[in-house]
Design a protein around this ligand. Sequence first.
Ligand code: GZL
Length: 324
Amino acid sequence: MTCNRRTVLKAGVAAAIVATFGSVGPAFAAKPLVIGFSQVGAESEWRTANTVSIKDAAKKDGITLKFADAQQRQENQVKAIRSFIAQRVDIIAFSPVVESGWDTVLREAKAAKIPVILTDRAVNVTDPSLYVTFIGSDFIEEGRLAARWLLERAKKTPDATFNIVELQGTVGSAPAIDRQKGFAEIIAGNPKLKIIRSQTGDFTRTKGKEVMEAFLKAEGKKINVLYAHNDDMAIGAIQAIEEAGMKPGKDILVISIDGVRGAFQAMVAGKMNVTVECNPLFGPQLMQIARDVAANKPVPKRITVQEGVFPAEVAAKEFPNRKY
Ligand code: GZL
């Protein structure tokens, strides 16, 4: 084909594209999806891994992520969501620091026709249409799994009674409410398993240590078991137990939730007995769901993340495979 004819052909194709799409240039580079994401904070190893998973997945997927860290304060999340609405993002996603107090701002998102995806933690709202779906773990089941491990362990010493102290997560948060519920459900009515103290450590190592120090001062050697709602509080408490001259994992059994690296290191060192996995690596799932929501595809109202239980006996073998 002569150069002249090729030029004429190209001009004809370009004219056809302009006639169809109105232009040849940017129309073909579809606008990237824009997600506004409000994260609880950076309070634990789990949270850090969750943030990395979400940011990496957005980058890999060519999605523009507007990320806001709320430093564990609800008012900062409300502000971030309002800013996302003002910026007309395509999707709002967030991990609500506590369950209640979201109706007003979610109604504003609905009025602005911006779909909302919940991740990690649930909300208590009067109108479930205020969010499209919730991706996260079953915290009640995590509490049950933690208690079932203790139930099995208790069978080995049929005459012993286990006095339990409980380090709860952030007051009013879904994981704290549900991990307490699930654990209590399994030990209910069992005279050998008794919770003698329960207090929030706000999911952080520092507060976990502080509260465990108070428990030890009040109850001392009466304590047989620590049930911590996350590994960071358990790791802080382990320090307090050692400073009190007791052996964590032996004098006081340590049961925890999350399955972060620090927990596996503690189990390999014989200072923690079991951790129930709570998988933070749902960044890729979130991006896929956001694309489906943006394309008006039907999505389930509840998407549960699968996870396991890791007793100390398997920690050394499992540790190299851990991804967070
Ligand atoms: C659970 C998540 C909790 C983790 C903590 O999905 O919300 O918050 O268990 C984190 O480590 O702080």
